[in-house]
Each structure stands twice: as C-alpha cells, then as structure tokens.
Design a protein around this ligand. Sequence first.
Ligand code: ADP
Ligand code: MG
Length: 231
Amino acid sequence: AEELLQQAEKLTVVGQLAAGIAHEIRNPLTAIKGFTQLLESSTENRYVRVILQELDSIENIVSDLLILAKPQVAQTEKTDLIYLLNRTVTLLNAQAIMKNIEILTDYEIEFLEIECEPDQLKQVFINVIKNALEAMENGGKIFIKLRFIREDRILIRIIDQGVGIPPDRLEKIGEPFYSTKEKGTGLGLMICQKIIQSHQGTMNVKSTLQKGTTVDITLPTLLSPEKDGDN
Ligand code: ADP
Ligand code: MG
C-alpha cells in the first residue's frame, strides 16, 4: 500500500487557521491551569487531578499547533544533514534502548551540506523516528538510510519493523487529529509534511500491516536560485 502525502494548499490554510486559534487558546489555558494547580494544593478533590490531566492534553495539542505558526520564510542556513540525523538519533537512543530497539544508520556519505532550517528538519526527524519507536512494542530495528536519487536530490528513508498502518488508514495519514495513540495528537505527520514542503521536499509513507512502515523524505541538496530575495 502506498499513499502520497500531498495536501499543499489545504495545509497552508488549515495551518494558519490552526496556529491562530492555538495562539488564542494558550493564554486562557495558562490561567486555567495555574488556578487549577492552586485548587489542587488547597483541596483534596480527586476531580481536580482529572482536570489537570485533561489540561495537559490540551496543552500538548496547542503546542503542536503552534509549530505551524512558525513564519513561512524563516532563516535557512547551510547545515550538515548527517550531523542533524545523528543528533536526532542520539536524542532518541535512550528511548530506543529501553524498548529494545536498535537504530541503525547507513548514510553512504559522511557529510552533506544542505540549505535548511535545521531546527525544523530536526523536528521532522524526531517526529518520524518517534512514530517508528511507538509502533514497535516488541523491539526490533529501525533503519535510517541516505541515498542520492539525483545529483540535486537526497532521499532519507526511515524504515521500522512496527505494527504498520492498515491501507484504509494510510489514506488518513497526515490529516490532522488522526491518531491511534492514547496520548497522540495526530498532528505530528501533518507538521512534518508542512515543514518538508517548505523545504521544497516530498514525504511519502508506505506500510505493510504487521511488517512495518517506511517513510521516504526527499530534499533538494541545493536551494533554488529564486530564494535569493528577502522574502
Ligand atoms: P501521533 O503520533 O500523535 O498519533 P502522527 O501524526 O505522528 O500523530 O501519526 C498519526 C497516526 O499515524 C499515529 O497515531 C499512528 O496510528 C500512525 N502512524 C504514524 N507513523 C506510524 C508508524 N511508523 N507505524 C505505524 N503507525 C504509524
Ligand atoms: Mg507522532
């Protein structure tokens, strides 16, 4: 099963709207949470705990949505993609080890500078690798491969041996709020999609049930010349 994640126009509008709303929600949310914490310390009411838990989950959604509020044309810089991937793996390795998962990298090259927003790309890699980790409850391996598909385009392939995604669900991947996880927001892949798009890249998910999932991300190795201007 294979499904191209391409919802460019939709995402831009939805993203801006979502980010706007998220911003408006954040202030009252912070106030409510503060007062509820006060309430918790002054009473013995177990419902207050439930309220705080639910507030936490709203907070997670809001902070995910706010990532969408990042300016469309932010600062790009020349960054070593290999370094970026390695840093992400280091970050998630402890979590992997605890779940008996091995993250194996195969880059073919040692250094590859691309023009990008490093923090945003890191966000993408974290999201995708986290999804892989969360899909593998019985341990296994995650492979991260780098390959040139053209001189000016690099493929980053992330393969897991997790539960996979049923074909009918694969269509919904990248749509906001589709999540099979108790604490999931269902926003991760939509944000990844948006970030990759703003880098003139592509993202594509293939999956086989009970076998695993492969996420392919392609990125330009050089920024197109029209990006020279101020915006
Ligand atoms: P979240 O992780 O918060 O649920 P995502 O947008 O990252 O949101 O993913 C949406 C859903 O897609 C997940 O809940 C899961 O059902 C499915 N999914 C994404 N990546 C994988 C994967 N590697 N293996 C299996 N299912 C996945
Ligand atoms: Mg996720």
